[in-house]
Design a binder for this molecule. Structure first.
Ligand code: UD1
Length: 335
């Protein structure tokens, strides 16, 4: 059975991917420093998968820990999720983001080289497209200057991977550019666990519906969109998890020195107000909200062209926006 190291495997996307890897016959090995996740996730993963997953608490740039993991599990591939991702914080603490997000990737790559580990799936983001001139965005849509240090770390990491593969380092890499992941495992045993006030839309919606937040502010209703609020491509986290499994299986069939990048979105754009209305309707619950100022740095509208991931990885989303918002709410209710 192929052993796959998942950095950040106790986190939101990492934990759902661990479930899908087990289902597909891989053995996930998790490393997580628990800086933005909870140890309880491990028990939940065992409940869902029926397997006790190997877990190491620590930093994925800790080389002695990585060497120890390799000695205990001869891993053949890595999915590198571990990174800081708070856009706002990255503008006030840029070095924290450059230090963590770049150094951890470099450490992982050096480790791969020393152990001849071939396959890597890297978590990138649609943030690399900036404010796109044409929609939907394809993988060929030019990347633009990043709006934040966080976004810039994703661009730089992609560049590092391109250069390394060009150097004939003998590895195979896929960068997945995530659109907006929402939802939770249908059992509601795992989901997103925002620390403090959520910056992202859907966790703020579910916390407002639950009465934890008094009201949600919709950041602007005067954009050039159908109802004036911003447009995003919201993708169920289980579909996103499945894309990682497909990417890993695909890498296994490629020759050395392979690099490619895929959008992972549904191909549909929905506005913030549509999300609110759909959430209220499918869950039969009210969300107190007001219209506020535009949020600085927001992209007006973006959604994915998914032809490439559909045809090359044979990946298609299985969950609708309704499913996603129902699962987000079911998860919130367990908290
Ligand atoms: C943001 C980042 C993106 C990053 C992702 C990681 C920006 C421009 N983009 O995505 O690079 O990968 O987070 O988490 O910061 N909204 C409200 N009220 C709220 C919260 C959000 O109206 O309380 C709106 C936003 O204005 C936006 C939409 O909801 O239009 C989605 O926001 P969010 O969930 O923060 O995601 P992104 O901004 O798309």
């Amino acid at each position: 059975m192929k052993k796959i190291l998942i950095t950040g495997g106790a986190g939101y996307i990492g934990s759902h991917t661990a479930v899908e890897l087990v289902k597909a016959g891989f053995e996930p090995i998790i490393i997580d420093d628990l800086s933005n996740s909870d140890i309880q996730v491990l028990d939940r993963l065992e409940e869902i998968t029926g397997k006790k997953l190997a877990f190491y608490k620590g930093d994925c740039s800790d080389r002695s820990l990585l060497d120890q993991i390799y000695a205990e599990h001869q891993i053949t591939g890595i999915i590198h999720f571990a990174a800081f991702k708070a856009v706002g914080e990255s503008t006030s603490l840029p070095l924290k983001y450059y230090q963590n997000n770049l150094m951890s990737l470099l450490a992982i790559l050096d480790f791969m080289k020393s152990k001849d580990i071939k396959d890597l799936v890297f978590s990138s983001s649609c943030t690399v497209y900036g404010q796109p001139a044409q929609l939907p965005v394809t993988e060929e849509t030019p990347r633009q200057d990043a709006e934040s240090p966080y976004g810039n770390t994703k661009k730089i990491c992609e560049d590092i991977l391109v250069d390394l593969v060009k150097s004939k380092a003998g590895i195979r890499v896929i960068s997945l550019r995530y659109f907006n992941p929402i939802g939770a495992h249908p059992t509601a045993k795992i989901g997103e666990l925002p620390i403090g006030t959520p910056a992202n839309l859907v966790p703020f919606v579910t916390q407002t519906a639950a009465g934890i937040r008094e009201k949600l502010t919709v950041f602007g209703d005067d954009y050039d969109t159908v109802d004036g609020s911003c447009v995003r491509d919201f993708i169920h986290v289980m579909d996103l998890a499945d894309a990682h499994v497909k990417a890993l299986s695909f890498l296994g069939k490629q020759t050395d020195d392979f690099y490619d990048v895929f959008n992972v979105g549904t191909g549909n754009g929905n506005t913030v107000l549509e999300v609110l209305r759909t959430f209220e309707k499918v869950n039969d619950v009210k969300v107190n909200f007001e219209i506020g100022q535009r949020r600085q740095g927001d992209v007006v509208k973006i959604w994915a062209d998914t032809k490439k991931i559909n045809s090359v990885l044979n990946w298609y989303p299985n969950y609708s926006l309704e499913d996603s918002l129902r699962d987000s709410w079911n998860w919130q209710k367990t908290l």
